[in-house]
Write a protein that binds this ligand. Structure first.
Ligand SMILES: Cc1cc2nc3c(=O)[nH]c(=O)nc-3n(C[C@H](O)[C@H](O)[C@H](O)COP(=O)(O)OP(=O)(O)OC[C@H]3O[C@@H](n4cnc5c(N)ncnc54)[C@H](O)[C@@H]3O)c2cc1C
Ligand code: FES
Length: 266
């Protein structure tokens, strides 16, 4: 993990309120792994004082890209960074996704801007000869992640809350279609979505008929509000079977069976 001065070489709006920023920084490009994130300072002033975490969306030879949805003050400042401006970027941070070499068919499921780290993972997995299906959920067709941001070899499945594109309903309702096919599952998005992924994949992990089926690894990338992003402030903890763990340092990627969901036994 290092502090980088990264120049904004492109800033393109790809969906309402959502921008992709290309950041030039060979140091970040060299160190970054899919599933990790960067902590970006919001402009040159001290308000807001805290940096904002953003997943690594693409890894290029000369830098990385982040996909930023402007939901509040900090993300709006970052999303509106002008071309050639410099961003103060800490990273890469956190533990990446793990690609087991024996896994050949990967199911990925993303909600909202949770698709960002899965795109980096899909690119890496295709490069290793894996087959990838990416399921993405959004509120309406306008907020569906554009297919042209994905490598063409990725099978893309869409769900919208209002049915304006793809399956009408939760993106997690698409997952059972791919459970028998895939060797591993990866997800990133809002906590209720991740909890649903953990619940749906449970029979696949532990066997519908006892121990007849082999365990299927499921990795979930958690999102929490962050202070330091370096493991010091304990502002980002989640409950796991090993006790509280820090999303910024021990995650953001956790095996699904280590997480304990509030008020549930998922
Ligand atoms: C590991 C990690 C990776 C992330 N990757 C991305 C990414 O690739 N692209 C992206 O657009 N966003 C990402 N986020 C979320 C992003 O950091 C927050 O949206 C941002 O911090 C909001 O800051 P703000 O000042 O704009 O909003 P605030 O004014 O602080 O909040 C505005 C709204 O966003 C909600 N919010 C704030 N932080 C989070 C959060 N961490 N998770 C969910 N909701 C939140 C608040 O509850 C509120 O409703 C990531 C967060 C984490 C922890
Ligand atoms: S944000 Fe400070 S410990 Fe994770």
């Amino acid at each position: 993990m290092d502090l980088h001065r990264a120049t904004v070489t492109a800033n393109e709006q790809i969906m309402p309120e959502t921008h992709v920023l290309d950041l030039a920084s060979p140091g970040l490009a060299k160190a970054a792994r899919p599933g990790q994130f960067v902590h970006i300072r919001c402009g040159p002033g001290w308000d807001p004082i805290l940096r904002r975490p953003m997943s690594i969306f693409k890894i290029r030879p000369d830098g990385i890209s982040v996909m930023v949805r402007a939901v509040g003050e900090g993300s709006t400042i970052i999303a509106s960074s002008p071309l050639d401006s410099e961003l103060d970027v800490l990273g890469p941070l956190g533990k990446p996704f793990t690609l087991d070499p024996s896994a050949r068919r990967l199911a990925m499921i993303g909600g909202g801007y949770g698709v960002a780290p899965l795109v980096a993972l899909a690119v890496e997995a295709l490069g290793k000869g894996c087959e990838v299906v990416l399921m993405v959920g959004a509120a309406t067709a306008d907020y569906v992640f554009p297919a042209d941001e994905l490598p063409t070899d990725v099978e893309y499945a869409i769900a919208t809350d209002d049915g304006t594109l793809g399956h009408k309903g939760f993106v997690t309702e698409l997952l059972p279609r791919y459970l028998d096919w895939c060797d591993a599952v990866f997800a990133c998005g809002p906590t209720p979505m991740l909890e649903a992924v953990a619940r749906i994949t449970r029979p696949a992990r532990y066997g519908v008929a006892g121990a007849m089926r082999s365990e299927k690894p499921v990795q979930l990338s958690m999102e929490q509000h962050m202070g330091c992003a370096m493991g010091v402030c304990l502002g980002c903890v989640v409950m796991t079977r090993k006790g509280y763990q820090r999303v910024c340092r021990d995650g953001p990627v956790f095996p699904a069976d280590t997480l304990v969901w509030e008020g549930s036994r998922a």
